[in-house]
Design a protein around this ligand. Structure first.
Ligand SMILES: [Zn+2]
Ligand SMILES: [Zn+2]
Length: 237
């Protein structure tokens, strides 16, 4: 029955490539890229950082807000500055696509398993999407990505970093983002003890100034977390 419903849904809303929007063959195996864009995504993941000259997944450059190293490390799958990556991120935020979630969840998980030592103290966390956007788009993309990462890595999800309704980060300047992020996130008192001695693997779609990550890291560390590392789909250079 589910297969049949999927078939009908695909006839009405034929799947499109998440990067270029080209129509895809409604097939048995759900894919999210056309052949060309699949190749483009693979090459975005090997782009070179203009500053440290390393490949994107090996780049250890720090975003602006992490000068005091509140976040232990930043790793990313791609650089946001490319138009293709921008289109991909837009789809991640606005159109729910389980095939894309699965693909990015797998890519993030291999990045984590390559650069992070997973043990029993590790948990995955994410910045809750603000209520207005959840209402507008119908889903919290960060939560869905985080769930996929948890599925592939076996690390449990700790959904305890909550979002209070403030202005959206994307509407603000770099300086305002810092202040706004401080007001936006909090960990309810009843969850604080759960974070003691945990090593947080923080999943985010885009890291720009790093303000959100740094604020969430200080909240978790104040609650007793022993580590906080960020893994993102994209990061500005
Ligand atoms: Zn395409
Ligand atoms: Zn770099």
């Amino acid at each position: 029955m589910k297969k049949f419903l999927n078939y009908i849904t695909e006839l009405i809303y034929p799947p499109r490539c998440v990067m270029c929007g080209e129509l895809l063959d409604p097939g048995t195996e759900r894919v999210c890229f056309c052949d060309m864009c699949r190749g483009i995504w693979e090459s975005e993941k090997t782009a070179q950082c203009p500053e440290c000259r390393r490949r994107v997944n090996e780049c250890g450059c720090q975003p602006k807000y992490n000068r005091s190293r509140t976040v232990d490390s930043f790793r990313t799958l791609s650089f946001y500055d490319s138009d293709n990556v921008k289109k991909l991120i837009k789809t991640v935020k606005t159109d729910r696509d389980p095939a894309l979630e699965a693909l990015l969840g797998r890519d993030l998980s291999s990045l984590i398993m390559r650069y992070y030592k997973i043990d029993g103290d590790c948990v995955v966390a994410y910045p809750n999407r603000d209520r207005v956007s959840v209402k507008k788009y119908g889903f919290d993309h960060a939560r869905l990505l985080c769930k996929k990462v948890s599925e592939y890595t076996g690390v449990p999800v700790y959904p305890y970093i909550k979002h209070r309704h403030t202005r959206q980060q994307k509407t603000l300047s770099a300086k305002e983002r810092g202040y706004n992020a401080v007001r936006s996130y909090y960990i309810p008192d009843r969850y604080r003890d759960l974070l003691k001695n945990k090593r947080i693997i923080f999943i985010d779609d885009v890291v720009t100034t790093g303000a959100t990550s740094v604020v969430c890291a200080s909240l978790c560390k104040a609650a007793g977390a022993s580590g906080f590392s960020v893994f993102s789909v994209a990061r500005t250079q």
